[in-house]
Design a binder for this molecule. Structure first.
Ligand code: AMP
Length: 406
């Protein structure tokens, strides 16, 4: 199957070409025809599968052939980072089709709020919003979404985890009843089913390899004592040819400590966590994306958001609190059919949590032997109590609103 099989507009095909998408991913092959047939959809697909383009392409196709006076599509996303990344994909795919979009998220100064407000008042084609900020705009009474035709909920499970259930229903109360609704979620807990029953009409369902890391990721695990972790990182980074490396730690104190230690070891790294100002985060991400900075150490703030091509190595300095977060962390490498390595360090305390990850993905992750000079690691003998779920938050960068003409 190729993208030409969908009869997309030539401008959209041009956008696809410029983004370097040659072949639809499995979720795209399944979702695009259903969305083009105006079906509501509930899709279980995680980040890294190409889910964003699977809903954007049919929506863009529709908008490119209709009038551009009013907002036609609303995409709700849990975080500013995700909203911005979706917006960037819209910009790339819709570049030749002249479709406009804006990411609407919290934070920033009054000028950003005003830009968002103006864009929505001007009838920007696509609004990509985090629920809280959109409600603030809707509450002002100036923004109307009466002509909306598409509602997309992206990472719906994460939105519910973050407590947005009521906000989502409130937003939907402002939308036309006649619309197409598409719900994407990495997991399908009962609360997502409940939401789907409330807001979708006779939906089609797609399930793309629930909770499975992309096949291109080589997963490895080291059983380590805490005092072996830093030495192991140094040895891995100095021994391998890794150009872009993400290191995840569950706590920001660990991120800061590890960053200081690695820098002392002569490794060019930066820390990324919720204490940084937005500008500082942007600077770090920019340096990383442009390959000036080879190593970022971050909390799970990074794990859902960062969308950088060619990350060759992800290291879990500790085991994430929630097994699903493991999938998100390692999903930063091997994006869409490339390859990458994901290495997890497991100390004695984390062994139980790690066993739940293996249960979730349904296979054993290959155990690696520590370099000889580091000595022996602990023996693996997990017990079986369910680990607790960790929280998450995210961040991103500004966009200036300029209405694009068709
Ligand atoms: P997503 O699952 O939507 O977060 O997409 C994961 C990554 O795959 C993003 O970096 C997309 O730009 C990329 N991508 C999406 N669709 C394709 C495709 N058909 N071919 C190649 N890359 C893609």
């Amino acid at each position: 199957m190729t993208f030409s099989d969908f009869n997309f507009d030539p401008q959209l095909l041009e956008g696809l070409q410029s983004m370097g998408y040659v072949k639809p991913t499995p979720i795209q092959a399944q979702a695009i025809p259903l969305i083009l047939q105006h079906k509501d959809l509930i899709a279980c697909a995680q980040t890294g599968t190409g889910k964003t383009a699977s809903y954007l392409l049919p929506v863009l196709q529709h908008i490119s052939t209709s009038d551009k006076k009013h907002t036609k599509a609303l995409i709700l996303a849990p975080t500013r980072e995700l909203a911005q990344q979706i917006d960037q994909q819209v910009e790339g795919l819709a570049y030749f089709a002249g479709i406009s979009s804006i990411a609407v998220y919290g934070g920033g100064d009054g000028m950003i709020y005003e830009q968002q407000r103006r864009a929505m008042m001007d009838g920007v084609d696509i609004v990509i919003a985090t629920p809280g900020r959109l409600i603030a705009h809707l509450a002002s009474g100036v923004i109307k979404l009466d002509h909306l035709q598409y509602l997309v909920l992206d990472e719906a499970d994460r939105m519910l985890d973050m407590g947005f259930y009521e906000d989502i229903l409130r937003i939907i109360g402002n939308l036309p009843k006649e619309r197409q609704t598409l719900l994407f979620s990495a997991t399908m807990p009962p609360k997502i089913r409940t939401l789907a029953n409330t807001i979708l009409k006779d939906p089609q369902q797609i399930n793309i390899a629930l909770s499975q890391p992309a096949v291109g990721i080589s997963q490895q695990v080291y059983m380590v004592h805490d005092n072996q972790k830093v030495k192991l990182i140094s040895s891995l980074l100095k021994g391998g040819d890794y150009k872009s490396v993400l290191i995840f730690c569950s706590r920001k104190e660990t991120v800061k400590d590890l960053n200081r230690t690695l820098r002392r070891e002569g490794i060019k790294s930066e820390a990324f966590h919720s204490d940084l100002e937005q500008e500082q985060r942007e600077t770090v991400l920019r340096a990383f994306k442009s390959r000036v900075l080879p190593v970022i150490i971050g909390t799970d703030v990074l794990s859902r958001g960062i969308d950088v091509e060619g990350i060759s190595l992800v290291i879990n300095f500790d085991v994430p609190p929630d097994p699903e977060d493991y999938i998100h962390r390692i999903g930063r490498t091997a994006r869409a059919e490339t390859t990458g390595t994901a290495i997890t360090f497991v100390n004695e305390k984390d062994q139980r949590k790690f066993s739940f990850i293996e249960n979730l993905i349904g296979k054993e992750i290959p155990r690696m032997t520590l370099p000889e000079e580091l000595g022996e690691g602990p023996v693996y003998s997990p017990t079986t109590r369910r680990p607790s779920t960790g929280g998450n938050n995210r961040n991103g960068k500004k966009k200036v609103w300029v209405k694009r003409k068709a």
